[in-house]
Design a protein around this ligand. Structure first.
Ligand SMILES: C[S@@+](CC[C@H](N)C(=O)[O-])C[C@H]1O[C@@H](n2cnc3c(N)ncnc32)[C@H](O)[C@@H]1O
Length: 267
């Protein structure tokens, strides 16, 4: 369901934003400031496990980071590759479910990110923990994990909840963009609408895509980050358009005087 949703959304993704290019630039500046503050200027290698069309990956690569980026949706990855080509950016993009991130990438990075509410597409704590453990395995000792999500503690529950995004103009077309949410418990179905009007002919088309989210609280996600192994788990507000959750993989285990070996982990 999630893959189909984003495959259909890929060509429209930039329209969600008033100015997607400006958001790419602004989000990279904000994320880079946080990354440097928490993990230092030596951070080079970043893995984005839910890059979508590249909203964060493109901007971070343009700031000089070495970015590897993957996502569940092949169509989004196709578009992300094209966006990188247009900007002459060298980013390694591929299709991968974040619950398989380490098994697939088989490498460690300075920082692993998953931004703009991607994690809540996993519909229960066990699935989220699976993804976080794979992200942890992809994080080098002393490096970190950076997640951003909606603050579901501030969202009303109910059905037929309308979330307006606004009116956009793009390539001779005008779009009215909004979502409708229908909750059942802490899971909600989301319908994303693009009402598209061709301005010359006044032809109208409606595009609707449907997906599902788990409205977990940021506190619960922070607990799961700790369960996955991250230390110093922290929440930042007002530094990005969503709360930012950070965790650090403790620096390398030092072999003690008794010569103990580090515990063996399998992922
Ligand atoms: C709201 S979008 C954000 C994408 C991107 N970070 C951005 O801001 O443009 C959520 C993303 O999570 C991805 N996603 C959802 N479940 C996933 C999974 N299990 N593994 C990898 N990506 C996933 C979707 O395909 C989608 O690209």
């Amino acid at each position: 369901m999630t893959k189909e949703f984003y495959d259909c959304l890929a060509p429209f993704y930039h329209i969600i934003y008033g100015d997607w290019n400006a958001a790419v630039e602004e989000q990279a500046t904000q994320l880079s400031t946080i990354i440097r503050e928490y993990w230092g200027r030596q951070v080079q290698r970043i893995l984005d496990v839910s890059c979508g069309v590249g909203t964060q990956a493109l901007g971070l690569a343009s700031k000089g980071y070495n970015v590897t980026a993957s996502d569940l949706s092949p169509k989004e990855i196709e578009r992300a590759k094209e966006e990188a080509r247009l900007r002459s950016l060298n980013i390694s993009f591929s299709v991968c479910d974040m619950r398989e991130a380490y098994r697939y990438h088989q490498s460690q990075f300075d920082v692993v990110i998953s931004c703009d509410n991607s994690i809540p597409h996993l519909l229960n704590d066990d699935e989220i923990l699976k993804a976080l453990k794979q992200m942890y395995a992809c994080t080098r000792a002393g490096g970190g994990c950076l997640l951003t999500m909606r603050d579901y503690d501030k969202e009303a529950r109910g059905t037929g909840i309308v979330k307006p995004y606004g009116v956009r103009e793009d390539a001779g077309k005008r779009y009215l963009v909004f979502q409708v949410w229908d909750f059942e418990g802490e899971i909600y179905d989301i319908s994303m609408y693009f009402i598209e009007e061709e301005q010359r002919s006044s032809t109208i088309n409606t595009h609707v895509m449907r997906s599902r989210y788990y409205a977990l609280s940021p506190n619960r996600l922070m607990q799961l980050m700790e369960e996955a192994g991250y230390a110093s788990v922290t929440r930042l507000d007002n530094q990005f358009f969503q709360p930012v959750l950070l965790g650090t993989r403790a620096a390398s285990y030092l072999v003690g005087a008794e010569g103990q070996k580090p515990p063996v982990q399998s992922y």
